[in-house]
Design a protein around this ligand. Structure first.
Ligand code: IMP
Length: 379
């Protein structure tokens, strides 16, 4: 892969679980820092390392086998310290080679907020009503905004046992601003969390997460001096959603079960079966404009290989304008365009070209399988 952009970002474009971590991991080989600017362990980030499945929730999907690569957990995050400790141990184990010193290459901004144990109990109420992951995320963000939150910095000051254990593993605690010179010299890959339609501002409120899922979060975490020149949105060639909220093209019954099974659509964080349906172009176009996405990566095309008819929702019959807000996606009736099965690269190209013309940006990459060779550049 050739990289000409010094700083780039990767965001989920629709409802998340779009293989953003795989895309991030692929790009991270060429970037010195992989930075998470928001979210928490509600995110389930799956990719493969040496053929083995890796699932991360808090630690960015950086490729630590490259000794120069580092990961930074930014101040927009809310972090459960126990989960952080066990995930860092797991991440160190993934690479098994102690000379790689993985722990020392994980840096945490002390301005990030803490998920306290009691938040988990309180968040249980949101599991039913919003489909929350129950990880305490909304409660932590609420207390942060209500100015009653606890920062990682407070745990450091109190010599909290978890912080001491993290330090023993080599983990560093540094404010983004302390690394300013290094960030300016290096290249940065920002890994978004969840997706635009789950963003607290842009999404289908109240069926959203509580943090930033767009470039606003990069700026707010202190990285305004290193904003990305390219923002990749990642979407699947179909859609899935975990939790409640509008999903205009949702499939049900056998059709849903089949797609869920062949797409392996079960939550990486909760194991819940994901709701599945066709890709919604009016929503994708809205998300692209709303989050200033410059390039699309379309994933999992191989999943629809056996389909005789592939559908795209191209408009809503009860909305005769472009959607302008997350609130425009409630109670809409989808209309579809059908494509023949993908029997050649040409038929895939026709499908990709149709989407590009609709959304107004390039599909720079698409994926057709799990290995790096199935990660295909289009230009
Ligand atoms: P919470 O942020 O855990 O409260 O979850 C809020 C909503 O976002 C719920 O519908 C979750 O299922 C959804 N959500 C949270 N994290 C993810 C993710 O990583 N992928 C997809 N959906 C997510």
């Amino acid at each position: 892969m050739k990289v000409s952009d010094k700083n780039i970002a990767v965001f989920g474009a629709v409802f998340g679980d779009e293989s953003k971590a795989r895309v991030t991991n692929y790009f991270s080989k060429s970037y010195r820092y992989t930075v998470r600017f928001g979210g928490s362990s509600n995110a389930g980030c799956t990719f493969y390392y040496k053929g083995k499945k890796v699932v991360r929730h808090l630690i960015p999907a950086a490729d630590f086998s490259i000794i120069e690569n580092k990961a930074f957990l930014g101040s927009g995050m809310v972090i459960n310290p126990d989960e952080l400790l066990s995930e860092i141990k797991e991440t160190i184990d993934t690479y098994s080679d102690s000379s790689l010193k993985v722990g020392e290459r994980i840096i945490i901004d002390p301005d990030a907020f803490v998920i306290k144990q009691e938040y988990l109990e309180e968040d249980k109420n949101n599991i039913k009503s919003f489909g929350s992951t129950g990880k305490g995320v909304s409660v932590a963000y609420r207390d942060k905004i209500y100015r009653k939150g606890t920062k990682i910095l407070d745990l450091i000051k109190d010599s909290d046992p978890v912080i001491l254990k993290l330090k023993e593993l080599g983990v560093q605690f540094k404010f983004a601003h302390e690394l300013y010179d290094d960030f300016i010299k290096s290249s940065i890959l920002y890994q978004g969390v969840q997706a635009v339609m789950l963003d607290i501002n842009a999404g289908t409120y109240p069926y959203v997460t509580s943090g930033d899922c767009t470039a606003g979060g990069i700026f707010n975490s202190g990285f305004g001096f290193a904003m990305p020149s390219k923002i990749y949105g990642v979407a699947k060639c179909y859609s899935s959603r975990v939790g409640e909220g509008p999903f205009p093209t949702e499939l049900f019954g056998n059709e849903a079960e089949h797609l869920r099974k062949i797409g392996a659509e079960f939550g990486a964080t909760t194991g819940r079966p994901r709701r599945v349906g066709w890709l919604v172009l009016p929503m994708l176009k809205y998300a692209i404009k709303r989050a200033s996405i410059t390039d699309l990566v379309l994933t999992k095309l191989d999943v629809l290989e056996s389909y005789g008819e592939i559908k795209l929702c191209t408009r809503y019959s009860n909305l005769d304008r472009d959607p302008a807000s997350g609130s425009d996606f409630f109670n809409v009736i989808p209309e579809y365009k059908s494509f023949n099965s993908w029997d050649s690269r040409e038929s895939i190209d026709d499908y990709l070209k149709y989407i590009e013309d609709y959304i107004g940006i390039n599909i720079s990459y698409f994926t057709y399988g799990l290995s790096d060779k199935d990660f295909m550049a289009r230009t």
